[in-house]
Design a protein around this ligand. Structure first.
Ligand SMILES: [Zn+2]
Length: 338
């Protein structure tokens, strides 16, 4: 009888992912999104409110950041809304899988912001840095995209990164996105919403997520992964135990019967939805663990391709080095095949 070794692609190995994730890139994204650092054109993003003129610059920033990553297909999705005087778009980037019949694995966050809990806040002029909520989530998507795009053999399943607009004014972007999916007969394999994931209350190193009873298997899977992959505790709570969770972009997916989890920190900090939600609210070490978790989960679900067919190496020890060498062989072979 033939004994088959279980062969795990390196890209599904959280240790490989940890090596690839770069906190400096995450921090650079956060600094630009929150106005801490100038953008390439010398401007600063003061606000990403849908009622602030810079919402258009914020959208362009997200597009440019995804477009700078090799291998991604990037597009925007317009939607009608009366919540803004500007034309709003979700920004979508996809790492195409080799099997287009498979529904995509989705990582998502929202790039709009608010400071509506500040007395007298004028959305059209006043700051809304939204560092934790939800620049942290957008930075998570970008770094996961950078890491996954470096896996040269690719993935069977597409990985889609969706940065929503108009979350803060009633999940408008995500409701429109899910309606468009339904209209075209599409669904998702699994959608993970990261909102917010940067603040680490009391240095507790606990990341929460909510799930609907329909998605218990998905909840169990991410908890199991977290035990090996990250240095934070990841705990899921059935939404029925706390009166339901309609607070983020996972909700339209639940309404449509599509599997999704809402990943975030709890309790929310005093800076939530105020002008005080600046970059100092974000624990970069904690956020880096969230990125490793997000990337590892997406990689595993997207079914990474092996470096070569029939390779019986595993990713431990010298097997990892062999795998890397074989990755080069496959790349060359692909080029020859044109
Ligand atoms: Zn949010």
């Amino acid at each position: 009888m033939l004994t088959l070794l279980t062969v795990a692609a390196l890209a599904a190995d959280p240790a490989w992912i940890r090596d690839q994730v770069d906190p400096a890139r995450i921090e650079a994204d956060l600094r630009e999104l929150t106005g801490e650092a100038e953008l390439a054109d010398g401007t600063r993003l003061i606000s990403r409110s849908v009622k602030h003129p810079q919402i258009e610059r914020a959208e362009r920033w997200v597009v440019e950041r995804f477009e700078a990553i090799d291998g991604l297909t990037v597009w925007t999705e317009a939607f009608d809304t009366s919540t803004s005087p500007y034309e709003l778009h979700n920004v979508i980037a996809e790492l195409p899988g080799t099997d287009p019949a498979l529904a995509p694995m989705v990582l998502m966050a929202h790039y709009d912001s608010t400071a509506s809990l500040d007395d007298g806040w004028d959305a059209s002029t006043d700051p809304a840095p939204g560092a934790d909520d939800d620049a942290s989530g957008v930075a998570t998507l970008l770094e996961a995209a950078r890491v996954l795009s470096t896996w040269e053999p690719g993935f069977e399943r597409s990985v889609r990164f969706v940065a929503f607009s108009a979350e803060e004014v009633g999940l408008v972007g995500s409701f429109a996105h899910v309606a468009a999916l339904e209209a075209s007969g599409e669904t998702v394999h699994l959608a993970l919403a990261f909102d917010p994931v940067g603040h680490n209350p009391g240095d507790s190193d606990v990341l929460w997520f909510s799930y609907d009873a329909r998605w218990v298997a998905e909840a169990d899977a991410i908890e199991a992964l977290a035990e090996d992959a990250v240095d934070i505790d990841v705990t899921g709570v059935d939404q029925d135990l706390f009166g339901g969770d309609e607070r983020s972009d996972h909700f339209p997916f639940w309404e449509a019967g599509m599997p999704a989890l809402h990943i975030g920190t709890f309790p929310l900090p005093p800076s939530y939805h105020t002008g005080e939600d600046t970059i100092d609210q974000v624990d970069l070490t904690f956020l880096t663990e969230v990125v490793i978790l997000a990337t590892s989960r997406a990689s595993a679900e997207a079914e990474p391709l092996e470096q070569v067919g029939g390779c019986s190496c595993n990713h431990a020890g010298s097997g990892g080095l062999l795998a890397l060498a074989l990755a080069g062989v496959l790349t060359r072979r692909r080029r020859e095949l044109g």
